[in-house]
Design a binder for this molecule. Structure first.
Ligand code: AQP
Length: 355
């Protein structure tokens, strides 16, 4: 059975990259597979504890963004991670499955810890193990994310494969194995965890900063001009696109001409993703034109596509009780899936069950 899991951290400044690279791509999946969307608040404390109340507000804001973007709380499960204990429990077991060498290779840790690595939290280092637990606590088969999460998803597959191999005999003896749904030489025929498939595709897998086409658009960039926030109004969106860094040349007529032009490539990619077309389609319309003509068209499109969503987000945020109800219902439905999986995992690992 195919099952989708994905999430966003409630770390504030939800932006166009989060929307185009992740949330907007989840919407059509709801009609194709079972879908679980999490607000990953346990991840949000790995870079430091926010001040009181901030995390709660940000958790509701991400939930509102999910709903406003078209995630239907009846079709999908929407919940916040800390409400389902199984995430933390499985993450601990995965801390003991993953190897230090694997985690040492994670580029996101290196980027986020920066030079002062000794002072980074152990949670930031073990972040990918918690992400593997998020996914595998539901034995999810598909994870739609932006390109920056590719390495973490490879680690999730490594953890699943090692668990399946190390506990192969136990899985078989307890009769808990299922035929390997993603056949590969790395894993036995009977496995407990699937090797999750990353879903990273389309023109918006990595939206770049509006101030520097070589840097990812990010919540934590100190420059607000670097990103379009989902909370921005039409005026702010227009201002940021107008000020977006570009080179001085006209747009090319073929995508090959975008290769050495990261800022142009980024703006064309944003236009393509917002309009549901390919980059070549956009260049067919705008090739040969200057940014002075392209930018206003991009602004109009961004405002047209984002305004209904941001309006709906604001409306939802005015009624936190309604949002909390969605999260409560989601947490109950998520627990109903994760609890029996963790019961199996405890038995496979060999913990004594006396209750
Ligand atoms: N620039 C981006 N382009 C495309 N997709 C992106 N995502 C994030 N940035 C971009 C995708 O959004 C989802 C949720 O991301 P997250 O909040 O869990 O983590 P993050 O990658 O740490 O987000 P930020 O915005 O970049 O925050 P900071 O500043 O803290 O580093 C994921 O699917 C991610 O791929």
């Amino acid at each position: 059975q195919n099952r989708v899991f994905s999430g966003v951290q409630p770390t504030g400044n939800l932006h166009l990259g989060n929307y185009l690279g992740a949330v907007s791509r989840w919407v059509p999946l709801q009609d194709q597979m079972e879908t679980i969307f999490c607000v990953v608040d346990l991840h949000a404390i790995t870079a430091g504890f926010p001040e009181s109340g901030v995390l709660r507000d940000a958790t509701r804001e991400v939930t509102a963004a999910y709903i406003a973007a078209g995630i239907d709380a009846k079709k999908s499960i929407i919940f916040n991670q800390s409400q389902v204990r199984e995430h933390a429990e499985l993450a601990w077991i995965f801390n003991c499955v993953a190897r230090m060498g694997w985690l040492n290779r994670m580029t996101q840790f290196k980027e986020k810890a920066g030079k002062n690595r000794e002072n980074a939290s152990a949670g930031l280092f073990a972040y990918p193990n918690l992400m593997a637990a998020d996914i595998l606590a539901y034995r999810a088969t598909h994870v739609p994310v932006g390109d920056d999460q590719k390495q973490h998803l490879e680690l999730t597959r490594d953890i699943a494969a090692k668990f399946n191999n190390d506990f192969g005999a136990s899985i078989k003896d307890l009769g808990l194995g299922v035929p390997n749904p993603t056949p590969s030489p790395e894993v036995p025929e009977q496995v407990y965890f699937p090797l999750t498939e990353p879903m990273i595709a389309g023109p918006a897998t990595r939206i770049m900063s509006l101030r520097d086409g070589t840097k990812k658009m990010s919540k934590s960039d100190p420059s607000d001009l670097s990103r379009i926030n989902l909370r921005d109004d039409a005026e702010a969106i227009a201002k940021k696109i107008k000020k977006a860094k570009t080179d001085a040349d006209a747009l090319p007529s073929e995508t090959d001409g975008l290769k050495e032009r990261p800022e142009a490539d980024n703006l064309v990619g944003i236009y393509a993703a917002l309009s549901g077309k390919s980059k070549q389609d956009i260049l067919d319309d705008f090739g040969g034109q200057q940014f002075s003509a392209f930018k206003p068209a991009l602004s109009d499109l961004a405002v047209e596509k984002l305004s209904p969503m941001t309006g709906e987000m604001r409306r939802l945020m005015d009624d936190p009780v309604e949002i909390d109800k969605v999260l409560k219902d989601g947490a109950e439905r998520a627990s109903a899936i994760a609890e029996p999986i963790l019961k199996d995992v405890r038995a496979i690992v060999g913990f004594l069950d006396v209750r």
